[in-house]
Design a protein around this ligand. Structure first.
Ligand code: NAD
Length: 456
């Protein structure tokens, strides 16, 4: 099979050691940067075609975000690559100790369709910075963007360094993973497919990073600034039509604020997208008919407080607020991943926690409150991947915060230095001088117990 031959060539190239120098990594990152800049307009056209994203939205969530990650990696690369000296314990003195950073080898990066560029290229930056060879597998559901990404990768990198593999993930990924042992698999996508990837990787003890989804709750407390909360929730929930892994999946609002929140959410939606969001420059579309059909079913699972209009031909679903949703309805069992926002009322924290605990380990958790006690209490109570207080989703744009889930929402993390670490092995090295070699360290040990107790 042609791909397997290419994978063997990549392995050989990695073994040559070429990818490991600072100069090589820097050069590759710089070339990627110029290709992204050169193809800026192509990317806008493609992302508009696939998801109706405006150039402004693309800049913030796709190409601009990738360039920002790239510039940060270029700035920090030398420091990241340097070995870290660490202190040595008494037993081993006068040895010295250090941690070397070694590339993992040939890594497979698998992307989803919702942020097709960012979620494939941001891990790529970490993998290149760490000195690996890479196989990139985009989602088949954002084909226009996939075509431009292919062009960028093939213009920029030798195929023995970065190989771009397209096709139905359910077919090409098992084909590759059955016949080739990657050194790491970095997967972004649904929890269901994440489990399949994890099992395939386990067969050969291949380590994985899993960036998965789930239901991310958003709590609005009785003392929240409701106007600000509504704007920030609406902005994140309806960006990319809710097709965002860290979108607030549902809102848990304190009963005293329910009416005010719904009023402010309606105002925010109107302010952002007007009364015809299908014509709005700032409102996207659903990726395909399959996703459209899935999301449309949710509209019948509550009372529509706002929105609810759809158009299958345009793959349009209006930003929608749902009230009176039953907790056993499918909308409260599955990740919504669309522009439908259930508003659920709580009157005490224990009741809200019971709802949150129906779904283990949310990828994100948001709380809107003006009380630092409540903030602390919520942050300590929920086992989430990442969080914002009085905001939603923006934590993932800070390079200094690791981005990732836990358990059902994922394993491992990335962004900034955390990406470099994800794609590096930390090699422990202790160096012991030969000029000092006391006989106490060697057998016979009889009679040395008290001394050993002192030094160990
Ligand atoms: P998906 O799991 O359907 O597909 C993701 C990738 O897996 C694609 O490249 C696809 O080709 C491949 N794939 C599909 N079936 C496969 C199989 N049987 N075996 C091997 N590979 C297979 O996910 P999606 O629909 O593209 O993305 C939506 C999901 O991703 C949501 O659950 C969302 O929350 C999650 N997501 C998570 C993050 C994150 O950073 N944690 C980001 C974006 C999306």
């Amino acid at each position: 099979m042609e791909t397997i031959k290419s994978l063997q060539d990549i392995r050989e190239y990695f073994n040559s050691g070429n990818t490991q120098t600072y100069q090589f990594r820097k050069e590759q990152l710089l070339q990627l940067k110029s290709a992204l800049i050169r193809h800026e307009q192509d990317l806008y056209n493609a992302l508009y075609h696939d998801l109706k994203k405006s150039p402004e939205e693309c800049w913030v969530t796709e190409n601009g975000m990738v360039l920002s990650e790239l510039n940060y990696a270029l700035k920090k690369l030398k420091g990241w690559m340097a070995s870290d000296s660490v202190s040595t314990n008494l037993l081993n003195l006068p040895s010295s100790s250090k941690i070397m950073k070694e590339p993992l080898g040939v890594v497979l990066i698998i992307g989803p369709w919702n942020y097709p560029l960012q979620l494939l290229f941001n891990p790529l930056i970490g993998a290149i910075a760490a000195g690996n060879c890479v196989v990139l597998k985009p989602s088949e559901f954002a084909p226009a963007t996939a075509a431009i990404m292919k062009k960028i990768i093939e213009e920029t990198f030798a195929t023995v360094f970065v190989l771009y593999v397209e096709g139905d993930g359910g077919k090409v990924i098992p084909e590759m993973m059955n016949d080739f042992t990657f050194d790491h698999v970095f997967y972004t996508g649904s929890t269901a497919v994440g489990k399949i990837i994890y099992k395939m990787a386990a067969e050969n003890l291949v380590p994985v990073t899993l960036e998965l989804g789930g239901k991310s709750p958003c709590v609005v407390e009785s003392d929240a600034n409701i106007k600000v909360a509504a704007r920030r929730i609406a902005m994140t929930k309806f960006s990319n039509c809710g097709q965002m892994c860290v979108a607030p999946d549902y809102v848990l609002v304190h009963e005293s604020q329910q009416a005010a929140l719904v009023t402010e959410l309606k105002k925010s939606i109107l302010d952002f997208f007007g009364d015809k969001p299908e014509e709005s420059y700032s409102y996207g579309k659903i990726i395909n008919e399959k996703q459209f059909n899935r999301i449309v079913q949710y509209l019948e699972q509550g009372t529509i407080a706002y929105g609810g209009r759809t158009n299958k031909e345009q793959l349009f679903i209006e930003p929608t607020i749902l009230e009176n949703v039953q907790l056993n309805a499918t909308i409260m069992q599955e990740e919504i991943f669309g522009p439908v926002l259930p508003i659920i009322v709580f009157n005490n924290k224990a009741a809200a926690m019971k709802i949150i605990r129906q779904h283990q380990n949310p990828l994100a958790f948001y709380v809107f409150t003006s009380s630092s006690e409540k903030e602390k209490d919520w942050l300590e109570s929920v086992a989430f991947g990442g969080s914002c207080v009085n905001n939603a989703s923006w934590h993932l744009t800070n390079h200094n915060l690791p981005f990732g889930g836990r358990g059902f929402s994922g394993t491992g993390s990335y962004h900034g230095k955390f990406s470099f670490d994800t794609f590096s092995h930390k090699k422990s090295v202790m160096k012991t001088p030969t000029w000092f070699d006391p006989s106490i360290k060697y057998p016979p040990f009889k009679g040395k117990l008290n001394l050993f107790k002192k030094v160990i």
